[in-house]
Design a protein around this ligand. Structure first.
Ligand code: TPP
Ligand code: MG
Length: 762
């Protein structure tokens, strides 16, 4: 009847999921995919009615706790946070991290969920965090389809888990297909457990443990999961359980039937090997119940499911009907007063007649109704508008809240504390400012740890962590393999478990490897759970300009466009960066900090309050005051623009230079507008591609801040060339914007304003 838009179901996997649920304990985590309905019922973290509420997209979080109607059905999660966004006692409850649709996208975070157990077990500094862990005894359970194991991130995670020796228990539900494509296309030798044999641990070498079991064999499944979970929980050995011979009785989803691609013999085999049927045979054989008793159970189950479906639908419709009725009443009021009564009556009747109205039917009708009375001044019209405004607010909460933290620890609420400089403040290399900041953070907060390629022994490639591994130990400052995707996943999972990871991506140019998981998992975690989960992860990287095609990247537009939900901070020097780190350490938002690759050896003074001062997010800084033109920039471009501004000053042009400091959030108090009111001219300068982040800034300022009305000259963007940066100093000069480029652009602008004072140079 079109009541549910799409359905994807977990039938055919009931028995393995019950076996898994039996060993799943309080404090454990599941990171799985859309087939796990039986598991969710079995751990009692999903009721039948909640299941259907998600199918209908019920936006009330009490009715649909997984996602408040934001995720399609089969995307499960549990509430890890209370209504205020504070952590619940995760060690006392069963935890499910919010599912995502990209195949294998649930896997990278498993590395972090498991790694957290290792940290809780091995780092005595975390012993007091009993609300998060019971001595690291928790397992991170992963579930994945057979076909999805072909994704690179699965192999990367498997390797990382083996290296780290963490309690992750992967279950592969192998139905032989990925939608229509059989295993021979997905997996070498057609078997994931077969090809992973090289990972198998042995008496001499650590590795992972591998089990295979058939999905219809309940006894074997229970035994396998008991043993697998014991090894995993007690020894912290990663385990793979390859569950073979599972079926998919209804095909992949509601969008197509499997008769199209499964041969007749396969369909027959599936019918005979359905695990519920096999369970029935087993029960009958053992004499634990009679056929009649089982029939009765089955028909009761059907009845219960149907009732749950009806109750979920009725509950879902309550608000929608209420809104529809209220709209009809208010439109009726207008009909009494208006000259356009006939037209309105048509609209009203159409809405009243809709059998299963949606929320949009009501809102659309109201908006169209208001068009008819646009020339009339009516009390009833005002009432309808007021009601619509209220409804819009409500709908904003229903569909658009929680992109960022809304808790008391939201980073935009952190109190700014200015850096203190005195005669004693030392002048050092920029990297040493960061080193002092990280030193004080590691000392202050045992939850904080940093990891990434070369972060441990040498203290990162630019040495901001130099000496800190020696001081705080390998669990706090840690080297990892080269595996950006699961470095991000390691951070996500550990942050979800109450820790404060700093995950390092060595160069911004290599963030693409982790970008998918940042976009699909991390950036929308709060949003897709309507504030039920958070991962306060800090991702540290360095970029903008140095040398060559892969060490000069500044693909900021790409980040801005794919990572809404993650704050993006672009400090111009290491002092500003340290201030941002200090802000983030106090907050529960997720953020990406991009340090200036060419700034580590530049001299800066260490603030006396290096561990305490904070730089607020969303507040640009005017780094040079001026009158004629406002130049908006950030990051490494600040120095280049300042050089140009000094040259421009020599020819009588006064520039106001603004460092936006954070691109997300962007200038929350509209201070750039104030500058433009004064100068009436603006340039947006950065080193991304043309139309990248400079266009983003332009939209923010001209459109959102309405700065267009104060402009006396056309707005201008300065960006890099469209290609990547050629090598060496000349390559950089001719690829990225340099101070002469900035000078010329500003000069041309002023020449147009006053050609006599500023005659053309060229
Ligand atoms: C990255 C990505 N590619 C493609 C899809 C579309 N898709 C959804 S499920 C699926 C097949 C997954 O098969 P498998 O992993 O075996 O799980 P099953 O559905 O069989 O349980 C595909 C291709 C997707 N969701 N994500
Ligand atoms: Mg499959």
């Amino acid at each position: 009847m079109g009541k549910a838009k799409f359905g994807i179901f977990g039938d055919g996997k009931e028995l393995p999921q019950i076996a898994m649920a039996k060993v799943f304990q309080d404090g454990d985590f599941r990171s799985g995919y859309y087939r796990d309905q039986t598991f969710m019922f079995a751990i009692e973290e999903l009721t039948l009615q909640e299941y259907f509420a998600q199918l209908f997209a019920h936006t009330d979080v009490n009715a649909e706790p997984s996602s408040a109607g934001r995720s399609m059905n089969g995307h499960y999660s549990t509430r890890l946070l209370d209504e205020k966004g504070n952590w619940k006692a995760l060690s006392q409850q069963k935890n499910v991290v919010a599912d995502i649709s990209p195949t294998a996208g649930q896997i990278p975070r498993l590395v972090g969920l498991g790694y957290a157990s290792k940290l809780y077990r091995e780092n005595p500094g975390l012993a007091h965090m009993t609300e998060f862990s019971t001595k690291g005894n928790e397992i991170a359970f992963g579930t994945i389809g057979n076909a999805a194991t072909s994704e690179g991130m699965f192999f990367e995670a498997m390797n990382a888990a083996g290296v780290l020796q963490i309690p992750v228990l992967f279950s592969v539900w192998d139905d032989g297909y990925g939608i229509s494509v059989p295993n021979e296309y997905h997996t070498t030798k057609g078997s994931i457990s077969e090809i992973l044999k090289g990972f198998q641990r042995n008496s001499k070498q650590k590795g992972i443990e591998i089990f295979t079991v058939n999905g219809w064999d309940y006894e074997a499944l229970c035994k396998t999961y008991e043993l697998a979970s014991k090894i995993c929980r007690e020894e912290h050995v990663p385990v793979l359980v390859h569950v073979e011979e599972v079926t998919q009785p209804q095909g992949h989803s509601t969008s197509g039937s499997h008769e199209r691609y499964k041969p007749k013999e396969r369909l027959k085999w599936e019918a005979e090997h359905d695990c519920i049927l096999k369970m029935r045979e087993w029960i009958l054989k053992k004499g634990d119940a009679t056929a009649e008793e089982l029939d009765k159970l089955e028909s009761e189950a059907k009845k219960t499911a149907k009732e749950a479906k009806k109750n979920a639908w009725d509950a879902f419709m309550v608000e929608i009907i209420k809104e529809q009725k209220e709209a009809l009443r208010l439109i009726d009021g207008i009909i009494q007063e208006s000259k356009s009564g006939n037209d309105l009556m048509g609209l009203k009747n159409k809405l009243a007649a809709s059998l299963n109205p949606t929320r949009l039917d009501t809102v659309r009708t109201v908006r169209k109704a208001l068009r008819f009375v646009r020339n009339e001044d009516l009390v009833s019209k005002r009432q309808l508008i007021d009601w619509l405004i209220q409804l819009n607010e409500h709908n904003f909460d229903r569909y658009s809240s929680h992109l960022y933290s809304q808790s008391d620890q939201a980073s935009i609420k952190v109190k700014p504390i200015a850096p203190i400089f005195t005669a004693n403040s030392e002048l050092v290399d920029g990297r040493e400012v960061l080193q002092a900041c990280f030193d004080s953070a590691l000392k202050r907060d045992p939850r904080i740890f940093a990891f990434g390629e070369d972060v441990g022994k040498i203290g990162d490639v630019n040495q901001a962590f130099a000496g800190l591994q020696e001081k705080y130990g390998e669990l706090r400052v840690t080297d990892t393999g080269i595996r950006e995707c699961t470095i991000i996943g390691q951070g996500i999972g550990a942050a979800i478990r109450g820790l404060r990871p700093i995950a390092e991506i060595q160069y911004l140019d290599y963030i693409y490897y982790g970008l998918q998981i940042m976009a699909d998992d991390l950036s929308c975690l709060q949003y897709r759970t309507k504030g039920g989960q958070k991962a306060p992860l800090i991702i540290r990287t360095r970029g903008h300009r140095l040398e060559g095609i892969w060490h000069t990247g500044s693909p900021i537009g790409m980040l801005l466009h794919s990572l809404r939900g993650i704050y993006i901070l672009v400090p111009r020097n290491m002092t500003q960066a340290a201030g941002f780190y200090n802000t983030l350490f106090q907050s529960d938002d997720t953020a990406l900090i991009i340090e200036c690759l060419n700034g580590y050896r530049l001299k800066e003074r260490v603030p006396d309050n290096i561990g305490d001062f904070t730089v607020p997010l969303g507040i640009p800084e005017i780094i040079q005051k001026g009158e004629d033109v406002t130049i908006v920039t950030y990051g490494s471009m600040c120095r280049i623009v300042m050089e140009a501004a000094a040259d421009l000053d020599d020819v009588g042009i006064s520039c106001e230079v603004i460092d936006v400091q954070t691109l997300l959030p962007f200038d929350t108090h509209h201070s750039i507008l104030d500058s433009i009111k004064k100068t009436s001219r603006v340039i947006f300068a950065d080193e991304d591609v043309p139309g990248g982040a400079s266009a983003f800034m332009m939209q923010k300022v001209l459109e959102e801040q309405s700065a267009y009305q104060y402009l006396d000259s056309a707005p201008i963007t300065i960006a890099a060339k469209e290609h990547r940066s050629a090598y060496a100093s000349d390559g950089d000069y001719f690829s990225k914007p340099n101070s002469e480029d900035v000078f010329d652009k500003v000069y041309e602008l002023m020449s147009e304003v006053d050609p006599r004072k500023f005659p053309n140079i060229y």
